[in-house]
Design a protein around this ligand. Structure first.
Ligand code: T4K
Length: 374
C-alpha cells in the first residue's frame, strides 16, 4: 500500500503553462511589472465579483495584508484571537506591538468560542481577530453582537476561506475587514498573495495608500505605509488559476465524499462539521483522532503514515499560545485553553487536493484502517 511518490497534505492548483505564458506575454509587451498594473486591476475586479465583496485590495501575501488591516483600523492595546491558527495571526498582532489575548475554541467548529470572548475583554481591548479555521465559518452573528456591545473592531482571518459563503453571502462581508491568503497551499493561489475585503470605498482607499508606502502623489507621503503590493506576475498567475478554481473545488467535493465513505466505520476518527447554509470551499480535510477509541495517538498515526509515504500535517500543533514567544502571556495558560489544547493534540490534516485520485484516497483510508487494527 506504500505510495511510490510522496503524498503531501496539498499541492498547488497549477493552470496549464500555455495559459500563463499567454498572459506573461502581455506583461512583457507592456513592460509593466508592478505598481497597480493592468493584470492587478483585472484580478482585483474579478476576485471582488467571485468573492461577492463590496471592496477588495490585493496584497503580496496575507501576512502583510493583516498588518495593514491592523494599521488601517488604528488598533491599540490588546486584540482577542484564537490560539488554534497559523503563526501569522498572532504574529501580525504582536508585530504591530499589540498584545494577542488568546481565547478558547469551540469543540465542533474549532473556531474561536464566542461564549469565551467577553470575559477576555479589558479596557485595553480594541479588536477581535477570529479565524475561519480550515474554511469553516466562525459564529459571525455572535461575534458581531459582542463587537457592537463593546465597541470593538473585527478583523477576520479568512486565509482558509476563499469562496466560503454563508447563506449566499461572501465570507468577506463580515467584520470591518477580512483577510484572504493566496499562498500556494490555498484553494486559490497566486504563488504568494493575499487580499483585504472591506465595505467602504474610503477604507479601501486608506488600505491602498498604506500598502504603497503611504504615497499620495509624487509630492506627498501622508501615511507611514509599507510595501504590500501584488506584482503583475502574481496577478497573471491569479487570473490563470481563477479559471480553474471551480473545477478544483468540485474535485475536492468528490474527494471529501470518498474520505467520508471510507472512514465512516473506523472507530475514533471524527470529521469536520458541515454547517447549514454554508457553501464550503473545501480548503482542508482535517480529522480528529480520539486516542482512547482509535487505540493510537495522533502523533503515532502521523509518524506511521510517513512509512507509507503519506505526509499529513498537524495543523495547528503547536498552538500559538504554546510558542516560546507567547507562552508567558496570562491568556496562554493551558488552563485557560482546555479545548484548544485537547484538539491541538488530536487533529490531523489529511492529503486533500484535486490531483488526488479516488483510488489514492481509498488507499490512504485503508492505511489508516491498518494502523487502527495493528
Ligand atoms: N492566517 C492563517 C490562518 C494561515 O493559515 C496563513 C497561512 C496565514 C494567515 C498567512 O497567509 P500568507 O502570508 O501565507 O499568505 C503553509 C503555508 O506556507 C501558509 O501560507 C499557510 N497559512 C499554512 C497553513 O500552511 P507550511 O509551513 O505548512 O508550508 P509547507 O511549505 O510545509 O507546505 C505544506 C505542503 O504543501 C508541503 O508539504 C507540500 C505542499 N507544497 C507547498 C508549497 C509551498 C507544494 O506542493 N508546493 C508548494 O509550492 O505553511
Amino acid at each position: 500500500m506504500r505510495f511510490n511518490k510522496p503524498i503531501y497534505v496539498t499541492r498547488p492548483l497549477l493552470p496549464p503553462l500555455e495559459e500563463l505564458s499567454k498572459s506573461l506575454q502581455d506583461i512583457w509587451d507592456a513592460q509593466w511589472l508592478t505598481n497597480n498594473g493592468a493584470k492587478h486591476k483585472e484580478l482585483e475586479n474579478e476576485l471582488r465579483d467571485y468573492l461577492k465583496v463590496p471592496q477588495l485590495s490585493l496584497f503580496n501575501n496575507g501576512t502583510i495584508a493583516l498588518l495593514v488591516a491592523i494599521k488601517a483600523l488604528e488598533l491599540t492595546g490588546e486584540v482577542i484571537t484564537t490560539p488554534f491558527t497559523f503563526a501569522a495571526t498572532a504574529h501580525s498582532i504582536s508585530w504591530m506591538n499589540l498584545e494577542p489575548v488568546f481565547v478558547d475554541i469551540d469543540p465542533v467548529t474549532m473556531c474561536i468560542d464566542p461564549n469565551r470572548i467577553e470575559e477576555a475583554i479589558t479596557p485595553r481591548t480594541s479588536a477581535i481577530m477570529p479565524v475561519h479555521v480550515f474554511g469553516t465559518p466562525c459564529d459571525v452573528k455572535a461575534i458581531a453582537e459582542i463587537a457592537e456591545r463593546h465597541n470593538l473592531k473585527v478583523i477576520y482571518d479568512a486565509a482558509h476561506a476563499f469562496g466560503t459563503e454563508i447563506d449566499g453571502t461572501g465570507i468577506g462581508n463580515f467584520g470591518n475587514i477580512t483577510m484572504y491568503s493566496f499562498h500556494a497551499t490555498k484553494l486559490f493561489n497566486s504563488a504568494e498573495g493575499g487580499a483585504l475585503a472591506c465595505k467602504s470605498e474610503e477604507l479601501k482607499k486608506k488600505i491602498d495608500l498604506l500598502k504603497n508606502f503611504g504615497i499620495k502623489n509624487e509630492e506627498e507621503v501622508i501615511e507611514v505605509g509599507i510595501n504590500g503590493k501584488m506584482n503583475e506576475l502574481q496577478a497573471a498567475m491569479g487570473l490563470a488559476v481563477l479559471e480553474h478554481v471551480e473545477e478544483e473545488r468540485q474535485k475536492r467535493a468528490i474527494i471529501k465524499q470518498t474520505y467520508i465513505e471510507n472512514l465512516k466505520d473506523i472507530p475514533g476518527i471524527k470529521l469536520m462539521p458541515d454547517l447549514p447554509g454554508v457553501r464550503s470551499n473545501y480548503q482542508y480535510f482535517a480529522i480528529r483522532i480520539d486516542e482512547e477509541e482509535f487505540g493510537r495517538s495522533r502523533d503515532y498515526v502521523y509518524e506511521e503514515l510517513k512509512k507509507y509515504n503519506v505526509f499529513a500535517r498537524k495543523y495547528f500543533h503547536p498552538l500559538c499560545s504554546n510558542y516560546e514567544c507567547y507562552r508567558h502571556l496570562p491568556s496562554a495558560n493551558q488552563k485557560n485553553l482546555p479545548v484548544a489544547n485537547r484538539i491541538g493534540n488530536g487533529v490531523l490534516s489529511m492529503p486533500f487536493y484535486g490531483g488526488l485520485s479516488e483510488e489514492d484516497v481509498r488507499t490512504i483510508c485503508e492505511i489508516l484502517r491498518c494502523i487502527n487494527e495493528l
